[in-house]
Design a protein around this ligand. Sequence first.
Ligand SMILES: [Zn+2]
Length: 182
Amino acid sequence: MHAKGEKTMDLIPSFSVDHTRIIPGIFTSRVDTLGDQKVTTYDVRVTRPNIEPAVDVAAMHSLEHIVATYLRNDPEWKDQIIYWGPMGCLTGFYLILKGNRAPEEIYGLVLRAFQSVEDSQDVPGASPENCGNYLMHNLGMAKWYARKFAAYLTENADRPEIFQYPQAQRLVTEDGRQFFDS
Ligand SMILES: [Zn+2]
């Protein structure tokens, strides 16, 4: 029926995530190949989509600054970090790393990064010189979310569901294009 669409299906992943069954955790979103290098995008999902409230936008912004600063200064991992940033839905973050590791292998890094928020005296880069909306920060709320997520990761460390997304068929839009959110 859609011959062109079917050909494209062979080239890109045809499954996406069933957002009605997501629980917080660390998940592989996609693996890309650049030359002979693999690059992995992880979803660091902090809240349950559409079931609990999304993260407060100012807290999300502060977590973006604090965790990015932590990751890019970590002696062991800083050279592996390509990107850290918030999801538009405000339920989690994208983390892009060099290589292709299982989410279990970055559990310790993600846990330490969120635990570090507790020790932050201020939000790094919350100034007009360094940020596009420097007044939109909330360190207290950022600490609350980080503490909650770190406790969750610790309590659920042995559950495979915090590392494995529930899959669903990828949505095809009415005009025949495959849906992506990042
Ligand atoms: Zn900013």
